[in-house]
Structures are given as structure tokens and as C-alpha cells.
Write a protein that binds this ligand. Structure first.
Ligand code: BDR
Ligand code: CA
Length: 317
């Protein structure tokens, strides 16, 4: 078996980030989770940080180090998504306050220190506006030498989900996304073209219900609420599991299909703010800076997710 992948997650829970964290913690033999960094995003940082601690506590992982980072984007005003994720970011559920504590260090300091000193190359998974990551790159570009791969949930080749043109994470901090796509690394990109294929169906929720472990019981009502919102606004057949796709990819790369392309992020202050211009047919002849996915095997992805959640107890149906 391969050695566990050294991993840092940058997130903003958020319902789907919450599930992504639970996936990582369930697959503990596959990941050496060095820490989780958090930014403001879906909801304010005080909630996203607390929700991260709650996910770790729910998973029984009191050892995970969580670092709070930037409360808002580099230049713009934070655009929260409490309509999608609920006022506290965990729509449909109320958990007791976490008994875990944040690390005293700032997320950006943690990213720089860890990436400069960890003896192996580290994979960076991002499921939030890219503020923490961009700041770390600008402050210490040498961190890029010790990054194995950056896998980011963000962008869209077609329609947007926060505006007609843009996906939320890149819209929220387009300058940070621009820094990522011009940093010289090939960014593995999972945009909403893919994640809208990974939707929670009622049938799958029924299977989840059968698990009867505390994690499954907690996320069941949350995913129900998430599902209703997405079905209402996005003409999809269920709740869209954006961020879990990143972890699904890290666990089973064969589930995703895409290609090497050039991506540019629109940093204008116009209608197309945050739009990813994906040059799928290489029209501009610019260097490759991304591997963009456009297809996921949703059935296998949901089997994988259910199997991971079953590890918290109960039996996979
Ligand atoms: C992204 O925005 C947030 O709503 C989700 O957590 C996800 O990271 C999808 O556009
Ligand atoms: Ca997110």
C-alpha cells in the first residue's frame, strides 16, 4: 500500500466542506493530514473555523490541527452564501459548541512554515475562496517547490452559481484565484461543470440513513436541507457535493476525466467578475496551467462516499 499522502486542506465549512473533512478523516490510512486551514467564505470566519472544529470532534479526531486564516478576500468585500449553507454554515443542524481549540498560529503562517520545512512534498486541497493560499504564495513563493499538487474546487466552464458567469469560490476572491493560476504550477481544477454531476439523490440519502452512526445521523438532515436548496435554484436532481469531489479525486483519480488547458480568471469589476476562461480547444495558444475536469463517475463517487461514512460505524447497505 502507498504511504499516506501528506495533505493540507484549506476550506470554509459550509455543508459540503464539512462532508469533505469527514471524508479525509475517515480515510486516515490514505492521508497524513498536516493541518486544516480555514478562511471566511460561505459564512464568516468565526463560523467556518468553529464548523471545522465541529467536524473534527464529530469524527473523534481531537488531534487534528485547525488554523484560522483570512476573514475575507484580498481586495473585495466578503460575499457570504448563507442562503445556501444556512446562517451558521451548517444548514439543517445544530451542534453543541466545539470543545476543541484553534491553533494559535495564523493559517498563512502555518502554510508557509509547513511547506518550507516538511520533508516530503505536500498536496494542497482547496475548497474555499483562495485567499489564504494566495497570500502564502505571495509572501513566500518558494513554498511552491514543496507542493506536490494543488487540487482546487472552483470555477466553471459554463454557467456560474453565484452570478450567471462565475462560480462562488473564484467570484469571492478573483485576485487570489488569479494568483493561483499564474503561480507556475499546473492546477488540478474541479469546477461546477463536474460537481453538478455529483448530486445527492433521495435513494442515496436512504442508504445513508441506514448507517445509523453519529456522523451519518448528523449529516443526514444537513444534506436534506442542502438538497432542497440546490434543486430549487439549479435545476439539478439533488444537493451538489462540490467540495467532496476534491477528496474523491485524491482517493480515486480514475473517477474523473478532463484535460490540460490554459485557464484565466477574470479579475474585472464587471458582470463577469471571477469567471474562469477555460481554453478547452487551445485557441489562445497559451501555456498549460491547469488540468480541468469535466466528468465524474457519480455512481462510483457516491459508493466511495458511503463506504467512507460507514467507517464511522454501522454497515454499508
Ligand atoms: C463552492 O462554493 C461553496 O458554496 C461550496 O462550499 C463550494 O466550495 C461551490 O461553488
Ligand atoms: Ca467550500
Amino acid at each position: 500500500m502507498n504511504a499516506p499522502l501528506p495533505l493540507i486542506l484549506d476550506c470554509d465549512p459550509g455543508v459540503d466542506d464539512f462532508v469533505a473533512i469527514l471524508m479525509i478523516l475517515a480515510a486516515s490510512e490514505r492521508f497524513n493530514l498536516l493541518g486544516i486551514t480555514v478562511s471566511g467564505g460561505n459564512v464568516a470566519l468565526r463560523y467556518t473555523a468553529e464548523n471545522t472544529l465541529k467536524a473534527c470532534e464529530l469524527a473523534g479526531r481531537r488531534d487534528v490541527k485547525v488554523y484560522a486564516g483570512c476573514p475575507g478576500p484580498l481586495l473585495r468585500t466578503l460575499a457570504i452564501e448563507d442562503g445556501v449553507h444556512g446562517e451558521t454554515g451548517l444548514k439543517g443542524i445544530t451542534l453543541p459548541p466545539s470543545t476543541l481549540k484553534l491553533q494559535p498560529e495564523h493559517a498563512v503562517d502555518f502554510l508557509i512554515e509547513t511547506l518550507m520545512t516538511f520533508p516530503q512534498k505536500v498536496t494542497l486541497a482547496t475548497t474555499a475562496p483562495l485567499t489564504n493560499v494566495a497570500l502564502a504564495i505571495v509572501r513566500e513563493p518558494r513554498i511552491l517547490d514543496n507542493i506536490e499538487e494543488i487540487v482546487t474546487m472552483g470555477g466553471s466552464m459554463h454557467l456560474g452559481n453565484i452570478t450567471p458567469a462565475a462560480e462562488y469560490n473564484f467570484y469571492a476572491d478573483p485576485e487570489a484565484a488569479h494568483i493561483l493560476y499564474t503561480c507556475g504550477k499546473k492546477i488540478t481544477t474541479i469546477g461546477i461543470d463536474v460537481t453538478h454531476q455529483a448530486v445527492v439523490s433521495l435513494e442515496w440519502l436512504e442508504q445513508l440513513k441506514h448507517l445509523k452512526n453519529p456522523v451519518a445521523k448528523t449529516i443526514f438532515p444537513m444534506l436534506h436541507a442542502f438538497r432542497e436548496y440546490d434543486m430549487k435554484y439549479f435545476e439539478v436532481g439533488g444537493g451538489v457535493l462540490h467540495d467532496p469531489c476534491v477528496i474523491g479525486y485524491l482517493l480515486n483519480r480514475s473517477l474523473f476525466k478532463g484535460k490540460d488547458v490554459h485557464v484565466e480568471v477574470d479579475t474585472s469589476f464587471s458582470l463577469t467578475r471571477g469567471r474562469t476562461v477555460v481554453d478547452w480547444w487551445h485557441k489562445r495558444g497559451l501555456p498549460i496551467n491547469a488540468h480541468v475536469f469535466n466528468e465524474v463517475n457519480a455512481e462510483e463517487f457516491f459508493d466511495l462516499l458511503l463506504g467512507l461514512l460507514a467507517r464511522y460505524g454501522g454497515e454499508a447497505p
